[in-house]
Design a protein around this ligand. Structure first.
Ligand code: PLP
Length: 412
């Protein structure tokens, strides 16, 4: 038997059936038409955002990094709940505008922006988070060509990283942003060229569960933004502090202490250095807002034994939920929280170890390894939790030619 990650709060059962947004999992699969499917519970997203805003300093902007989950109905609901969207491609630009987010609340980061993507964003009035001097020159040229003063922020590759983060995005040689020692010069250049300078974007890492590490990174971020702004000689309209708030996916993971982070940030922002007086501050979060609000439901096709190990083979797999297979940014494979949705929360407690494997013909396709679950039979519905972020759009959907997963949003 191997342990699994903690099932997120908010998932109840009724007569042994997992409820998502008050609806039974089997009924949701019927409503979607078939398995496999992702179900996202907007009520849980709303509750998460309310809790986060209560913990964070007043006036702090909250942005949603839509690459975590760009499902259109979810994005449309998000426009009412957050202050801006962060996007990372021309495709996401279209998703964000289609969802109804206003252009001036959208910022566009990411290396390798093509000219046509820059042009579409500049014409729409979206802020470009500049990733390099070369990109700045292209954005200025395109602004001139289309007769628009481009809204430009400088993404800084910070001279520190977010300790303990699952994915480091700053510190040392990185493809993201402009090294801190050249960032002020670039900001001065875009201001001199007549661009609408929007400030700084400083993103140090992702998936951190350690409040102290986040507090330290945020303090360093505010300090760096102050130093750079002083060098520029102008107050930035916005300092995007990045995010990096993680969620517990694996055995032993504990939720981030959001109150501690909020209190420290409040203190840090009440006494900002003069160079930042009047600046607005933003957090940009992806997974923290949506991961725990999603469940991937997949049906057991076959149950078999091999060398004493029991396997439940399901109709889904890593082509929809790559992260649960341990092949998306993790070094060691560990179990996501999983359950049998139609045998959920039962009191009799007869459980046995079983491996949940996907339908792809590759040994990588393991969604749960020797997890302790109620006796599994063909036709059962397996629930993989923490599937609201980096699932449907972060998995190799075309691999092996299966149909894409269905997606539904409940409690809109
Ligand atoms: C991916 C990304 C995010 C979101 O990361 P999460 O870990 O999902 O919060 C935020 N900002 C930038 C620049 C990113 O690349």
């Amino acid at each position: 038997m191997k342990p699994m990650g903690p099932i997120p709060p908010g998932y109840e059962a009724e007569d042994g059936m997992l409820l998502i947004g008050g609806c039974g999992a089997a009924a949701l699969a019927d409503e979607a038409g078939d398995t496999p499917l992702f179900v996202y519970d907007m009520a849980l997203v709303r509750a998460r955002i309310t809790m986060l805003r209560a913990a964070m300093p007043d006036g702090l902007h909250l942005h949603y990094a839509i690459k975590a989950n760009p499902f259109p109905p979810l994005l449309a609901a998000m426009t009412e709940l957050v202050d801006g969207f962060d996007i990372a491609s021309g495709g996401e630009l279209k998703h964000a505008l289609d969802a109804g987010m206003k252009a001036e609340a959208i910022s566009f980061a990411g290396p390798g922006k093509r000219d046509d993507e820059l042009r579409a964003a500049i014409q729409a009035g979206v802020t470009i988070n500049l990733e390099s001097e070369g990109e700045a020159a292209r954005a200025l040229r395109i602004g001139e060509a289309v007769g628009v003063a481009p809204r430009l922020a400088v993404r800084v590759n910070p001279d520190f990283d977010l300790k303990g983060s699952g994915m480091k995005m700053g510190g040392g040689a990185k493809p993201f942003g402009v090294d801190a020692d050249r960032a002020a010069a670039l900001a001065r250049r875009v201001i001199a060229a007549g661009a609408d300078w929007r400030g700084w974007h400083i993103f140090a890492g992702s998936q951190a569960l350690d409040a102290v590490a986040i507090i330290e990174a945020q303090a360093a971020t505010v300090g760096l933004a102050a130093r750079l702004s002083e060098e520029v000689g102008a107050v930035p309209p916005l300092v995007n502090l990045g995010g990096g708030f993680g969620v517990p996916y694996f055995p032993g993971d504990l939720p981030l202490d959001i109150r501690a982070v909020g209190l420290a940030l409040e203190e840090g922002l009440t006494l900002v250095p003069a160079a930042l007086e009047g600046a607005a501050f933003a957090l940009e979060l992806g997974r923290y807002l949506v991961a725990e609000a999603g469940v991937y439901l997949t049906r057991v096709i076959d149950v078999k034994e091999s060398h004493g190990e029991r396997f439940a083979v399901v109709d889904g797999g890593l082509h929809h939920q790559l992260a649960a297979s341990g092949n998306f940014g993790t070094v060691v494979r560990r179990n996501y929280p999983v359950a049998i949705a139609n045998k959920y929360g039962l009191a009799d407690g007869v459980e046995e170890p079983v491996s949940i494997v996907g339908c792809l013909c590759t040994p990588l396709d393991r969604l749960g390894e020797r997890v302790q679950l109620p006796a599994v039979e063909a036709g059962d519905l397996v629930a993989i939790f923490c599937a609201g972020a980096y699932g449907a759009t972060a998995s190799p959907a075309a691999f092996l030619g299966h149909a894409p997963a269905r997606e539904i949003l409940v409690s809109e």
